[in-house]
Design a protein around this ligand. Sequence first.
Ligand code: HEC
Length: 464
Amino acid sequence: MVKFLLPVFIAVLTPAALGNADDGLVDFKTQVAPIVVEHCVACHGPKKAFANYRVDSYARMMADSDAGKNIEPGKPDDSLFLELIVQAEPTGRMPKNSDPLSEREITTLRRWIEQGAKGQGIEPTADLAGMVARSNRPAAPVIYRTPVPIATIAFNQSGEELAVGGYHEVTVWDPSSGKLLRRLAGMAQRTQALAYSPKADLLAVAGGKPGESGELALIVPDGQTPPRILATASDLLLGVAFSPDGSMLATAGADRTVRTYDLASGKELLQLKQFADWVTGIAFDREGVSIAASSSDKLVKVFEVRTGKLQTTYILHNEPVLTVGFDCESNKVVSAGVDRKLHVWDPKVIAAEDGTAALLEDRFKKELSSKTIEGFGDEILDVVLSRGFVFSASADGKVRQHDLKTSNLLKTFGESGDWAYSVAIDSESKRLAVGGFDGSVRVYDIETGREIVHFLAAPGLDRP
Ligand code: HEC
């Protein structure tokens, strides 16, 4: 868990200087939003909203606070927003308890309001921090100086390509030779989760910058088409999944929220906030009727996709849950995390009813609707399910294959080394790929256990 928060060890390029506000139209996205994000969002955003005023999106900036309207388009001198910024008396001045804004920042805001306070070319409800992070985004390094921990790895539909989360990019590799095929640039700093659409050749990329911004991007993984940014958030996104028919996407985030989106329109369908901590993983069931979400709050919740209604809460982890999956054969959930056990359970049997947690716990055990698989040397960081098997990546360095029916351990892949951080399988070619915290990727033949290839997913750095 802690390792989620380690800094990435690559020198960050300084963002390009912001555009000049001397003449012409002030641009909201590149000139106004950065000022607001830097000086105002901490006290007027999703975490704190003094005076009931939030400025974390354009729509919210323009909305009323306790005192009423804050921005009068065309009339900077009648706008409380600007009045408080330029106030000489420091006690009531914004940003509160800080140095005043620079003359140049004030001029930019004044001119923007004068010109009509428009949000040209932006989604009014888009999160400003995400917007700013994107417009100041440094390019991916041409040559990596150090490897990036591989939080996520995925095979494409044909099994011929392996996508790996990089630094401000996704890299695509040949899983047979370990050759770099393509680099997909324009991504957020970190990629925490990848998912290929079951229908089209489309890759969903979820990530962001810890504590600052989250982003969900869709890419045609040809290296030619720029990513389509489907959504932004106020913190890192940690999980992403396609519905089985490919029509919907669901995300899990450090902002304690699960969201679903319609792929065709890009519209947000649901926003589920019933979590007390990070939502770490997300999975659709076989029919696309339910989604399961794991959380650092030690619970796993299952919701009806159509309505967002809570169907089940699984309570037996007692430690943060880091990953979750649905088995397509039995439609059972497998969840795992800090308690070093695989929990296998049937959400239908454990459908939520009224009752105390203690009662629920009894019922789980009595009805044998839940079982655990043990034998891990450390936390379980990722699981992937296929055809009645579960493959789990553990911080003890190994990936294990268990039979879900018998709970038997069938195979172990990898020496105990640095964390096995992420795992993917291609059931056609029967290959397994493991992403390491040390930046290495290993591909195995699932039947024989033989290692096919081993490489460092960091362009420009030598093989390990
Ligand atoms: C350190 C916290 C903090 C920061 C940073 C901050 N504010 Fe405030 N803001 C407050 C508080 C607290 C209030 C309530 C009034 C007060 O205590 O002065 C407030 C009130 C306001 C109000 C009045 C709303 C109302 O209904 O009365 C506006 C407008 C406002 N802030 C705008 C801004 C802008 C614009 C920025 C950035 C330039 C900013 N604030 C930065 C804490 C902050």
